[in-house]
Design a binder for this molecule. Structure first.
Ligand SMILES: C[S+](C)CC[C@H](N)C(=O)O
Ligand SMILES: N[C@@H](CCS)C(=O)O
Ligand SMILES: [Zn+2]
Length: 340
């Protein structure tokens, strides 16, 4: 297993977890919250469409998650790709600017939140020092399947012709830009297969300028394998071997599958485990809508957190169909645990 101590990118996350008391809270469904505000995401760019049409709403959603207690907020770049923006008629420069803008907007939200906390903090008035909750910004990077905009991140089936080189070529420039954008972390999320994990790992190691730490987060639909059917152990081992990867985990996966996946991941890595499941509902990629009725309530979701922690996870949040309310519930459970 890879080392997590020493002078490596992982010290950034280790120090951060220490400051947070051992466990950190990630935000919840980003696109979900945009939609709750009325955004229409029926578009190949999905949530990234709002980087063009409503950046102020993107900032609002970041602030909502900060207000709910998140220590890590993910940018609106999940489905923001140079190729996707170009197919909307933008130039490469415009596309690259929007990628950087996604991080700037999150940084603006963090600043606004810090100012607000300073002004309202009694301790600040008393001692001249605000007791500020640490906040990191993670640049979201969705998979090639997300770019396809047909729900392929839930199958991981890219066809026989897909190669490691093609995936690396697809992701290279976006990773370079986001790694140099001022984000604290890269969130390689909803990874559906081993080939894409390998592509990310090789890019992070080959591109010397990418000193930004990254997490790898996979999705699963059975609690045993990642969605493509590739072994979670093999996928997590790729993440473990990559020195720039500082956490490994699971996102956008029903809560009931998470415990067993944490156990499998823990067998192959000592790196921190990150968990941000969806509500358990099913996505209809044609309608670009979630099918209600199969999900769990916020109370049920939150009731899992203690067990995930016992199984070895230390970063907790939510993915699609979770909301600031879910994040408040996670914060409550973790602070109750800490005071025991
Ligand atoms: C994580 S899924 C709900 C994201 C949206 C998908 N890539 C689509 O465009 O339909
Ligand atoms: N960060 C993205 C992940 C989608 S699976 C979102 O929350 O919308
Ligand atoms: Zn999701």
């Amino acid at each position: 297993m890879g080392q997590v101590n020493g002078d490596t990118p992982s010290t950034i996350l280790g120090d951060f977890l220490d400051k947070c008391g051992g466990c950190a809270v990630v935000d919840g469904g980003f696109a979900t919250e945009l939609e709750r505000y009325g955004a229409d995401l029926n578009d190949p760019l999905w949530s990234a469409k709002c980087l063009i049409s409503s950046p102020q709403l993107v900032r609002r959603v970041h602030l909502d998650y900060l207000d709910a207690g998140a220590n890590i907020i993910l940018t609106a770049s999940y489905q923001a790709t140079i190729q996707g923006f170009e197919s909307k008629g933008m130039s490469r420069e415009e596309a690259e600017h929007l990628l950087k803008r996604s991080v700037e907007i999150a940084c603006e939200a963090r600043e606004i939140y810090a100012d607000k906390s300073r002004k309202s903090s009694w301790e600040f008035v008393e001692s001249g020092q605000a007791s500020r909750r640490p906040v990191l910004i993670a640049a979201s990077i969705g998979s090639y399947g997300a770019y396809l905009a047909d729900g392929s991140e839930y199958s991981g089936n890219y066809g026989e012709a897909m190669t490691l080189k093609a995936l690396k070529d697809f992701h290279r420039r976006r990773l370079q830009i986001l790694a140099n954008s001022g984000a604290d972390l890269l969130a390689l999320e909803t990874i559906p297969n081993k080939l894409e994990a390998q592509a990310y790992a090789e890019l992070l190691e080959e591109e010397a300028m990418m000193n930004t730490p990254a997490w790898f987060s996979f999705s699963s639909k059975d609690g045993v394998n990642v969605v493509s059917g590739d072994s979670i152990s093999e996928c997590a081992s790729i993440a473990d071997s990559c020195k720039q990867v500082v956490a490994v985990g699971i996102n956008c996966t029903p809560p009931r599958f998470i415990h067993d996946l944490i156990v499998s991941i823990r067998k192959v890595t000592n790196k921190p485990i990150i968990i941000y499941p969806n509500s358990g509902e099913t996505y209809d990629p044609e309608q670009k809508q979630w099918v209600k009725s199969s999900g769990v309530s916020d109370e049920d979701f939150v009731s899992y957190v203690g067990k995930w922690r016992e199984a070895g996870a230390s970063l907790f949040g939510g993915c699609c169909r979770t909301t600031p309310n879910t994040i408040r519930g996670i914060c409550r459970v973790l602070s109750e645990d800490r005071s025991k």
